[in-house]
Ligand binder design. Structure first.
Ligand code: SAH
Length: 343
């Protein structure tokens, strides 16, 4: 793809109108083109109410921005679908769609690879390759919506990558999916998950968007967190919990704490009780995820009894907690594993 061309899917409707002005066209052309894009136009040829000379001009200075489906796997167990997409530069990313009764949730990737280094996660094994552009995050949703003929109602930024490590593009993506004449997905239906980059969590809070924040906590103890998540060397549990409290203050949204349970590492009663103490009084919910075994990693899932015991301790102490049943386990676990296998 020509480096000097702009991706039209990076524009909001207003920006599309502005862009038309910069190439000597009337703003209403921007509205038309924006509308074509969200009707699923893949080429300028498709835009049949746009004059030929403008289509030629667009071809010279821009491209629409589409990612290519490389593979799709459908779970026989639970209706989860996993997609691999090829980007224009040949990189491969992974996206998941979960189709529950009343909602369709898409879990998008944010980066090719990741540099956070969490020791249980497959996405980070080869480090960060590059950030995704806003339109490359957006098009994962647009493609899945079209492929399934169903409106995507919810988005979770829980795929490969760390959204707060690609913050500018993530902010732009949030603006794009919320566009009235675009996908029109409400902020309340979007969840951003972070490993805990404290200053960026505060910056996100300051945006005042009512999106849901999920924090990958995984242990109430600094020492244990440092063992499994290098980011914990930069920000303490105390600091990130305070950032969560700040987030709640600013947005009034309940924060989710993700807790991936690893056998013998963070699954003891002592840890559960320390977690209760840490989260007391915070408007929150704990999502317990028995670890998905990654071939390259030594960590194991705890026995079922341990998982439910851990949950019960939280619940008994008035910390709402659910065990997240791993979806699509028959089509390659979670978090970047499919992409690795494909490579
Ligand atoms: N970078 C963001 C979002 C991506 S990961 C973050 O760290 O939150 C989404 C969630 O899945 C995180 O809570 C992450 O810690 C967890 N996760 C990653 N690999 C996992 C695995 N193998 N088993 C269970 N949870 C995992």
């Amino acid at each position: 793809m020509n480096q000097n061309k702009v991706a039209l899917k990076n524009f909001t409707e207003e920006e599309m109108k502005e862009f038309m002005k910069t190439i000597g066209e009337k703003p209403f052309r921007g509205t038309q083109i924006f509308s074509w894009i969200y009707k699923g136009a893949k080429t300028f040829e498709d835009m049949n109410n746009i004059p030929k000379n403008l289509r030629t001009k667009l071809e010279e200075v821009s491209y629409i921005g589409t990612i290519k489906q490389e593979l799709k796997l459908e779970s026989k167990k639970d209706g989860t679908k996993k997609y691999l997409f090829e980007l224009n530069d040949g990189n491969i990313i992974e996206t998941v769609m979960m189709d529950y009764e009343s909602r369709v949730t898409v879990c998008v990737s944010n980066q090719v690879g990741c540099r956070m280094g969490c020791r249980f996660c497959a996405s980070t094994i080869d480090g960060l390759v590059r950030n995704l552009e806003p339109w490359e995050i957006l098009d994962q949703i647009m493609h899945i919506q079209e492929d399934n003929g169903k409106r995507v109602s919810n988005i979770v930024l829980m795929g490969s990558g760390e959204p707060l490590d690609n913050f500018e593009n993530t902010k732009k993506f949030l603006q794009l999916v919320n566009e009235k004449n675009g996908l029109n997905i409400g902020y309340r239906h979007i969840t951003l998950s972070t490993c805990g980059i404290e200053p960026k969590m505060r910056e996100l809070a300051d945006l005042g968007l009512p999106i849901n924040l999920a924090l990958s906590l995984h242990s109430p103890y600094d020492e244990a967190r440092k063992e499994i998540m290098p980011i914990a060397n930069a920000y303490s549990v105390n600091e990130i919990i305070n950032a969560c409290k700040y987030y709640i203050e600013k947005t009034n949204r309940r924060v989710t704490f993700e807790y991936s349970l690893i056998k013998g590492v963070n699954d003891s009663e002592k840890e559960a009780l320390a977690l209760v103490k840490l989260l007391k009084g915070i408007l929150c919910h704990v999502n317990i995820i028995p670890i998905n075994k990654v071939e390259e990693r030594e960590y194991e899932k705890p026995d079922k009894a341990f998982v439910y015991k851990f949950r019960d301790i939280l619940e008994k102490n008035n910390i709402p907690a659910t065990v997240r049943i791993s979806m699509g386990s028959d089509i390659s676990g979670a978090c970047g594993q499919l992409r690795r296998k494909h490579k």
